[in-house]
Design a protein around this ligand. Sequence first.
Ligand code: KIV
Length: 268
Amino acid sequence: MEPRKPLTLHRLRAMHAAGEKIAMLTCYDACFARVLDDAGVDVLLVGDSLGMVLQGQPSTVPVTLDEMAYHVQCVARGNRSAWVIGDLPFGSYHASLAQAVDSAARLMQAGAHMVKLEGGGWTAPIVAALVERGIPVCAHLGLTPQSVHALGGYRVQGRDDEGADTLRRHAAELGAAGAAMLVLELVPSALAAELATTLPMPVIGIGAGVGVAGQVLVLHDMLGLTPGRPPRFVRNFQQEGGAVDAAIRRYVAAVKDGSFPDESLHGY
Ligand code: KIV
């Protein structure tokens, strides 16, 4: 089979403009990077969820920039053509613009093509500073796990009018600051679909319904490896059996044809 052309921001924007759904998964090591890339995953997110998934931490808060840089390096070594996003961990962009620029530079030098950060309007000047310096940024709104203690748990965001308006305002501010992608986590489907059609950048949902530009899941969740009951928005793509790469291909196909997520099973 022809090796696929490396995904670029330009190509991701073209996919978005053409209405082709973007398939994203978290990835933390070189071995899975190769499997996911070969199975056609468009975007590998080196998420700070690795704190919970790999390290057994109770939240993503303890994850450090050194740890993120290490895992970005591992993924970059295994990957050939997918777009790689590195998560800026808690505390690595909160103190100042200078700190945010230094932290983002670490992840870009480790092999990321884009960095992701969590939070609303207060992050807009950070997004603008990074974009000005040639660092593409993915914003992250809705349930932002680094703020789990302030949010009072892992709950759906933007359910009431005030919460929905705040989300709309923050999303517009981040778009104006130059964010090239937005992850929306645990947001009612109707609000997510509205934002996906009004914002200029591709909106990638996790627990945000099907009316967005693409989907992301935590790799270990969609392979059924995470202990305990999975969140409602997760589908176990390994349940049908077969090899891991077959499960990943089923995920990519279901995202692309819009059969995942199924609102009746995975929606809010
Ligand atoms: O860290 C992560 O894996 C994430 C996804 C859940 C979107 O931010």
